[in-house]
Design a protein around this ligand. Structure first.
Ligand SMILES: [Mn+2]
Length: 316
């Protein structure tokens, strides 16, 4: 595996064509925004580029991929993944192409290298910022569609510039996105200033069922499939729900567990001084210092006990 600089990644993209861009499982604004922006930028340079359709993309973000998707990968196509930290993060549809991914653009510091070439900047708040830099180096004229795709990525990965990962570069890129005519106010309203009733009901349930540990310094919340069904939440309602328990005053680190199929999805959020990735790593997962996740193959209650124990141990 060879680590590339931004200009080397730009050079690779200049030299190749017929791109298929891969996003990650349970896609968020960053992976979908990054893939859309990269696709649009490459097309503007006259290249053929598509995003491999991600069937898990929800209404919240699927508009980003409109007109960009393909369901097939040709034998000669050049595959690039964005925001994918490990092979396990590829959706089922993309997994067969894992070996063929030529270049990985990512910002997960705890990532597993699995491609011949990679541009990984763990200091970057979002993958979308990396994509912006690379497209700029390639001479792409940034239009509103690219500006909005990148803005969705960087704003969602920073909780609208509130998380500790936010840097001067994030603001600079956001400013450049605004200059393209990106509808910043409308995007902020839709992404951060509106909550579905389902999401608010879920939050109410969490308030009633949150377990506080170590005098309220830590929080843990285990949401069963039955609870989600009873409240009637959608995947969009649950998007970023793990940020909510962390927002309780005094809570420095929070773990949220959800029953998905016969697995349990763990999502950890932490403020500086606590390492979410260390907790997730205990269970074979990873991510960032402030936000990380893992998959546990055990019943929900057992998983909750294991996570609680890990949180308490790692705090000492
Ligand atoms: Mn990301």
């Amino acid at each position: 595996m060879k680590k590339l600089t931004r200009s080397e990644a730009a050079g690779f993209l200049q030299e190749h064509d017929n791109f298929v861009i891969l996003s990650h499982r349970r896609p968020d604004g960053d992976t979908l925004g990054s893939s859309a922006a990269l696709c649009l930028g490459l097309r503007q340079l006259g290249k053929t580029a598509h995003v491999l359709r991600n069937p898990e993309a929800t209404d919240r973000f699927s508009w980003l991929h409109q007109g960009l998707t393909t369901e097939t990968v040709g034998a000669e196509d050049t595959l690039v993944s964005v925001d994918v930290a490990s092979p396990g993060m590829l959706p089922g549809e993309a997994a067969p192409y894992q070996e063929r991914i030529a270049l990985r653009l990512d910002h997960h510091s705890s990532a597993t290298s699995f491609t011949p070439l990679e541009l990984v900047d763990g200091a970057s708040a979002s993958c979308a910022e990396l994509v912006w830099d690379v497209l700029s180096l390639m001479g792409v004229r940034m239009d509103r569609d690219i500006g909005e795709a990148v803005y969705v990525g960087l704003s969602t990965d920073t909780g609208c510039f509130r998380y500790a990962n936010t840097t001067a570069h994030t603001f600079l890129t956001a400013s450049q996105c605004a200059q393209t005519g990106a509808r910043i106010y409308e995007l902020n309203q839709a992404l951060f200033e509106s909550n579905s009733l389902g999401c608010l009901k879920m939050r109410a349930w969490i308030v009633d069922h949150l377990r506080l540990l170590r005098d309220g310094e830590m929080a843990l919340c285990a949401i069963s499939k039955a609870v989600e069904q009873e409240i009637g939440v959608t995947e969009d309602d649950m998007d970023n729900i793990s940020a909510f328990p962390r927002s309780v005053a005094g809570v420095r680190v929070a773990s949220t567990l959800r029953e998905v199929g016969d697995e349990v999805k763990l999502s950890v959020r932490a403020v500086p001084g606590y390492d979410a990735a260390r907790i997730a790593a205990r269970f074979g997962g990873g991510g960032h210092v402030g936000a990380a996740g893992a998959t546990l193959r055990m019943p929900l209650e057992e998983a909750a006990r294991a996570v609680e124990q890990a949180m308490l141990e790692l705090a000492d």
